[in-house]
Ligand binder design. Structure first.
Ligand SMILES: *Cc1c(COP(=O)(O)O)cnc(C)c1O
Length: 217
């Protein structure tokens, strides 16, 4: 099937209220252009250098989302243009994003990554760390970042009951925080293999790569 058909099939399974992030990491710019021509405007990348190269060469109304683990020393290269950083997983990273955004007179939207999977290879805060962060006075004083919600990745497993439990736990945490923080609007959860479950459990943003662009090496 073509990218165009893949995109159209995926879109038919996603409610209008859920944002589709087309994850184009490792894929050539021609693939992005093809989906752009079909109306897709939100793309996700996990390497700053690759994303910046694509940003420089593709239409300027694309929204670029950084979805991968981010090193602090890379933030400066994308601070000028990045639309949403999904994987904020430490207070120091948040501080750096705030600092670099200030240099460009921007407010960068961020999601806090929550560790919901059983593997310890996946990054993110636990609930206690998360509550400490959002209640921290220093963090509240940041003017150049806006925390819009949470992001999580479920365990890589065939056990869909487990995946559902992990997503539902994240949704509960999101709801809890949302009642105190008006800016909380986005819950980023769900990839090609599990996005339907994620949507059933309350996702507002799904990150889909291989089901649109084909598998990666
Ligand atoms: C690569 C990646 C995705 C997309 O994965 P697919 O299985 O190809 O849909 C989603 N989220 C993150 C954080 C990723 O790194």
């Amino acid at each position: 099937m073509s990218i165009k058909e893949n995109l159209s099939n995926i879109k038919q399974t996603i409610p209008d209220a859920v944002t589709l992030v087309a994850v184009s990491k490792t894929k050539p710019m021609s693939f992005i252009q093809e989906t752009y021509d079909e109306g897709q405007r939100v793309f996700g990348e996990n390497r700053v250098q690759e994303m910046t190269e694509k940003w420089a060469n593709l239409p300027k109304d694309i929204e670029w989302h950084m979805i991968g683990h981010l090193q602090r020393n890379k933030v400066k290269y994308m601070a000028e243009y990045v639309s949403l950083v999904h994987g904020v997983d430490s207070p120091r990273l948040l501080a750096e994003i705030n600092k670099q955004a200030e240099k460009h007179n921007r407010v960068i939207s961020c999601l806090l990554q929550v560790h919901i999977a059983e593997e310890d290879t996946k990054f993110g805060f636990n609930e206690k760390e998360l509550l400490e962060l959002v209640n921290n006075e220093e963090f509240k004083a940041y003017n150049n970042v806006k925390i819009e919600g949470l992001m999580g990745m479920a365990t890589f497993t065939d056990n869909m009951d487990q995946v559902r439990r992990e997503f539902s736990g994240l949704k509960m945490l999101f709801t809890k925080l949302k009642s105190n923080y008006a800016d909380f609007t986005t819950l980023s959860m769900g990839m090609s293999g599990d996005y339907k479950i994620a949507i059933e459990e309350g996702s507002t943003m799904v990150r889909i790569g291989s089901s649109i662009f084909g598998s990666r090496n």
